[in-house]
Write a protein that binds this ligand. Structure first.
Ligand SMILES: [Zn+2]
Length: 477
């Protein structure tokens, strides 16, 4: 059977056995990129899933399907990769996708944080997160860190988490205090309640961590709320609750000095992700390395927003012995899938490498490969999101977070190099997405119970916020 002659009987069987922990699913005859060096890749191979987990990967596992023991999904002409991980997105802004394609950071802050964010109701948080989540699944992202710096009340946080749970994606909810406007000052203490009420079970797809802004962000936003910033108290609080930490806006001398100080005080840990990492001192880098911290590069972000030192410090990350993860940042101004991020990073680094000899620079970057950036978007993303033991590679024992990409379509055929087809391809060829063994995208379509309702919620929320803010929405501006 090929994709073109697929019938929905298979999908019906998959869905009717969705909660069955003994259900076997055999992904058969695809090109398998495991991102697990010990397993290697398979020009043609099978993946066997039982319940929510990968139980085997090999050249031929068809015996598992004998006598109908497994549901077989034929993947002739397709590539199988681990799910992608976005390690930093401000998902609450989902209903304002692509609103500000030309904004610099001043304009972004004015519109999103000063004007719109303070007007968000809990249902607006839900709508923004839900459309971000479904868009993520659609584009092959199975794990996403939601840096939610609009947690104005406990109800805002609950609505955010509801959206992640309803979407069925693996998410890390990282609430942070809002930057402007009225709020209940429940952050960070409300994380204690959230942990008990919403995250009691270790089996949940959605988890919790603390989001904080680097002190450098506060310096650029003199009227913002200082409560949102990284501090010894914030770190102590996170550790007391056993929560990991993501720090956004890391860049420049203020951020570097802060990392040096916190590092010297022994406050930094391997559970922390530093986002952007522009223009840091060697001493600050050494504190990140010594504490075995994680780095998230948002390769499109700083340049788009016109910030100094905006080229992602890929070479620096590699030079200090780390491997970066990748992230999108905001959907209102930036490309919103991981393929764009992979290609940005690949191109930035290879441009630097190519220009090095021309510019006679002794510190010229070295070229990286398509496989490198796929590793950043899978393995390193899962690591930064604290989930490497559960996903990031197609390793037996890990959860089945899997993306299946067609390589037999007009824009990809013939299949000559699987890594190239993935990294240089785009989201349009993503056929199936599984998260913890559940089918979340099937034959090119999101599996969600009520897409019309999503459309309505998102549009109503957008319209409401535009109306009460007085923002001049002009879609052909
Ligand atoms: Zn950010």
């Amino acid at each position: 059977m090929t994709f073109d002659s697929a019938n929905d009987e298979i999908f019906d069987r998959i869905q009717s056995t969705a909660g069955d922990a003994t259900r076997k699913l055999l992904l058969r005859g695809g090109t398998i990129i495991t991102m697990d060096a010990r397993l290697g890749d398979f020009a043609r191979g099978d993946v066997l899933i039982e319940g929510n987990a990968i139980v085997d990967v090999g050249h031929d596992l068809s015996s598992a399907a004998t006598d109908g023991q497994a549901i077989v999904v034929d993947l002739d002409g397709a590539i199988v990769i681990p799910g992608l991980h976005d390690t930093h997105r401000h998902s609450w802004q989902g209903q304002f996708r692509r609103l500000l394609p030309d904004a610099d950071v001043v304009e972004y802050n004015r519109v999103m944080h000063r004007l719109l964010a303070p007007l968000y109701r809990p249902e607006d948080m839900y709508a923004g997160n839900l459309i971000s989540a479904l868009g993520a699944i659609d584009s092959g992202i199975t794990g996403i860190l939601d840096f939610s710096h609009n947690a104005r009340t406990p109800e805002h946080s609950d609505a955010s988490i509801d959206a992640w749970e309803d979407a069925g994606i693996r998410a890390i909810y990282a609430p942070c205090a809002p930057l402007f406007g009225e709020w209940q000052h429940q952050w960070p203490s409300d994380l204690r309640r959230l942990r008990e009420e919403r995250f009691a079970s270790a089996d949940q797809l959605v988890s919790l961590r603390l989001g904080v802004l680097s002190q450098a962000v506060g310096k650029t936003l003199p009227q913002s709320d200082e409560g949102a910033q990284l501090s010894e108290n914030a770190l102590r609080f996170a550790r007391e609750l056993g929560l990991a930490v993501s720090v956004d806006g890391v860049g420049g001398p203020v951020a570097a000095e802060q990392l040096e100080r916190l590092g010297a005080a022994g406050m930094l840990g391997s559970d922390t992700t530093y986002i952007h990492c522009r223009d840091l001192t060697d001493a600050a880098w050494q504190e990140i390395v010594a504490s075995r911290g994680n780095v998230s590069l948002a390769p499109a972000s700083a340049a788009q927003f016109g910030q100094p030192g905006s080229i992602s410090p890929i070479q620096k990350v590699l030079d200090v012995g780390l491997r970066p993860s990748l992230s999108l940042d905001v959907e209102c101004s930036l490309p919103t899938d991981m393929f764009a991020q992979m290609r940005y990073l690949l191109n930035i680094q290879r441009t630097g490498a190519a220009n090095g000899p021309v510019e006679s620079r002794p510190d010229a970057p070295t070229a990286i490969t398509a496989r490198d950036v796929l590793e950043f978007a899978t393995v390193q993303g899962a690591k930064a999101n604290g989930l490497l033991d559960r996903c990031g590679s197609l390793t037996p024992g890990k959860d089945a977070d899997i993306v299946i990409i067609r390589a037999d379509t007009i824009n990809t055929l013939p299949l000559n190099n699987a890594i190239g087809s993935v990294v240089l391809g785009d989201t349009s060829n993503i056929d199936n997405v599984l998260i913890a063994g559940q089918m979340r995208k099937w034959r090119g379509h999101i599996v969600y119970h009520d897409i019309e309702k999503v459309r309505r919620l998102v549009t109503e929320s957008r319209d409401h916020l535009i109306e009460i803010s007085g923002y001049d929405l002009n879609i052909v501006r």
